[in-house]
Design a protein around this ligand. Structure first.
Ligand code: CTP
Ligand code: MG
Length: 238
């Protein structure tokens, strides 16, 4: 395929999992006998994505290559590279490792329940809108508190979304947005997702695409119990 049409996935696994509070970084905790990170890689390996860049913590590159990529035969993983201190550092490292792809999907390795359908929707969204993020409308009421934790505002729930990953972009667009971010300390402390980098650093609008409520991020211990139930639906325990 012509290189402009090719799609890469950057899968992030360079976090420390502080909120999980476990000794082993959360992406390597086991579910049904396999490390959490396995599940997201499996979904991308079996999708239309052409190559996968895996971003891991310092000193974890060899472990990931041998114990995850080679062990489970993830042939689309072309690069395993070290991330950085903050998530955006890791994303930038991942983006720089992408070769000959017109589109890129950025995914949290801590979201094991991502499906082929979600990946295809994000991939189509990038082609159609240049920039998109998977998410779902919120179910709970969201309030903004004042500095003393009294309710100060209740935004219209019909416009509120929970944002997930993958987030998918034209490669040059998101690379340029990240390059701008890396040279602007002012914004670095504020970004929490890739869409925000594109929203802040470029003129492009980011389309929100419906994913699945099951596409949860593993953050705290109870999320592991939820993921165990959700993954069971896909017969992962077999
Ligand atoms: N991540 C990363 N590099 C970082 C920080 C995060 O690649 N410097 C990745 C994580 O591995 C995870 C995803 O980004 O797959 C989402 O981050 P988060 O859920 O916040 O994970 P952690 O940063 O590991 O957890 P915590 O914030 O509780 O420390
Ligand atoms: Mg974090």
């Amino acid at each position: 395929m012509e290189s402009r049409g090719r799609t890469a996935a950057v899968v992030l696994a360079a976090g420390k999992g502080t909120r999980m509070g476990s000794q082993v970084h959360k992406q390597y905790l086991e579910l049904y006998g396999k490390p959490l990170l396995y599940y997201a890689l499996y979904a991308f390996e079996n999708s239309s994505v052409d190559e996968i860049i895996l971003v891991t913590g310092p000193g974890e590159v060899r472990y990931c290559r041998e114990e995850i990529v080679e062990r489970y035969g993830f042939s689309k993983v072309t690069v395993v590279t070290e991330g950085g201190r903050e998530r955006y550092h890791s994303v930038y490292q991942g983006l720089k490792a992408v070769k000959n792809c017109g589109y890129v999907l950025i995914h949290d390795g801590a979201r094991p329940c991502v499906t082929g359908d979600i990946i295809e929707a994000a991939s189509d969204g990038a082609r159609k809108y240049k920039a998109c993020a998977v998410g779902m409308p919120v179910k709970d009421t969201i309030k903004i508190s004042d500095e003393n934790e009294f309710a100060s505002m209740t935004p219209d729930r019909n416009r509120l979304w929970l944002i997930q990953t993958p987030q998918a972009f034209e490669y040059e667009l998101v690379l340029q947005a990240y390059e701008k971010l890396m040279s602007s300390e002012e914004y670095q402390g504020r970004v929490t997702d890739d869409a925000m980098v594109v929203e802040t650093m470029t003129q492009e609008k980011v389309k929100l695409i419906r994913g699945d409520y099951a596409n949860i991020k593993i953050t705290t211990p109870e999320d592991m119990e939820i993921a165990e139930v959700l993954l069971k639906r896909n017969n992962w325990e077999k």
